[in-house]
Design a protein around this ligand. Structure first.
Ligand code: NAD
Length: 337
């Protein structure tokens, strides 16, 4: 069924106003490694009053729900249940983690068409039930699917958010912090671009407690070898693949990253996170979704920030946009976007 445009959806305002007073509900589509871990992290946070798990394998979803409920007495009272797409109706955010297990793929791009077909169907189902809702996409390749989901949903671009490089940014900050012997909370550095091999760790504007890197290392009497920064960047890029090689899938980091994004939305934080969305035209990167530092609040992404880059970082960002555009093009040959 064809979705009505966003304006006519919100004209049916009385229905959605009545939902505003509801308790916070998060729907998770895909109850595999990522979906179930996200549900656990969310339940431990106590932020959501209701978590609904939706999977094409309801038995698996039921198993996870029963296991998650066993944690209630030790954590927070959360109504966790197995549902179907009609339960997305009052969800504040629908997280999409449906897809193909990482162990069954050689790369994030493999299975693009299969995962694209899965998301094409379910985005339509979710939006029919919750027309103005926010979609948070984790399924890979996340930038391509965020772009496609934005197009399929007819939602404003700020309401279709990809987890993007939020996870890569956390990996980068932690490695930085380890290198300099400080807390990762004091490292302000971002990984932008594709959640994939063409990602860009932005070193030129990285700060530690407000110091540019060169000043910080000087103040600490540390040597700031180029090579160690290159190692941090390269370890960040390969981290996901290394984990998959060791244990078949990654899920704790992405689960925590998704819950961080949910917190920014539910609590109207205006947090700056590296999440993926359709890049504004003013950035001159073409029709593409990529991660850039973005302000996230209860409306979704309300502003994408243009980060200061040196020439080589800007060139790398353009190349990353080109890579994602190419994949969007190849997906659109299989499924209209
Ligand atoms: P998984 O195989 O464990 O889980 C996928 C689940 O999706 C399965 O339970 C399956 O039954 C379900 N599913 C498939 N089609 C469905 C449909 N039409 N409706 C409802 N449910 C459906 O895989 P996983 O390890 O949880 O990974 C899931 C996705 O997340 C993959 O695309 C993976 O690449 C991605 N991922 C992304 C990141 C990131 O940083 N963005 C990190 C890890 C994994």
């Amino acid at each position: 069924m064809r979705l009505p445009d966003f304006e006519s959806r919100v004209q049916n305002i009385s229905r959605y106003q009545s939902l505003e007073s509801r308790v916070p509900r998060i729907a998770i589509v895909g109850a595999g490694f990522v979906g179930s871990t996200t549900a656990f992290a969310l339940a431990m946070s106590g932020m959501a009053a209701e978590i609904v798990l939706i999977d094409r394998d309801p038995r698996r979803a039921e198993g996870h729900v029963n296991d998650l409920r066993d944690a209630e007495v030790f954590s927070h009272i959360t109504h966790i249940f197995v549902g179907d797409f009609s339960d997305c109706c009052s969800a504040d955010v629908t997280i999409v983690t449906a897809g193909i297990s990482q162990s069954a793929q050689k790369s994030r791009m493999e299975g693009l068409r299969d995962t694209g077909a899965i998301l094409h169907g379910l985005v339509n189902d979710v939006c029919l039930q919750n027309p103005p809702g926010i979609l948070l996409i984790a399924s890979n390749p996340v930038d391509v699917l965020t772009y496609a989901a934005w197009k399929w949903s007819g939602l404003p671009s700020g309401r279709v958010i990809g987890s993007g490089t939020s996870l890569d940014t956390s990996r980068f900050r932690r490695r930085f912090a380890e290198r300099y012997g400080i807390a990762s909370a004091n490292v302000h550095a971002y990984v932008i671009g594709e959640h994939g091999d063409s990602q860009i760790p932005v070193v030129s504007s990285a700060r530690v407690a407000g110091f540019p890197l060169a000043e910080f290392t000087k103040a600490m009497r540390l040597s700031q070898e180029e090579s160690s920064l290159a190692t941090i960047a390269s370890n960040t890029r390969t981290a996901g693949g290394d984990i998959i090689e060791a244990k078949g899938a990654t899920y704790y980091g992405i689960g925590a990253a998704l819950v961080r994004i949910i917190r920014a939305i539910l609590r109207d934080e205006r947090a700056i996170l590296t999440v993926s969305s359709r890049v504004p035209e003013s950035m001159q990167l073409g029709e593409v979704a990529l991660s850039l530092p973005s302000i996230v609040d209860r409306h979704g992404i309300t502003r994408v920030l243009s980060i200061a880059l040196d020439q080589s970082e800007r060139r790398a960002l353009e190349a990353s946009a080109e890579v994602v555009r190419g994949h969007i093009e190849s997906l659109s040959q299989a499924i209209p976007i």
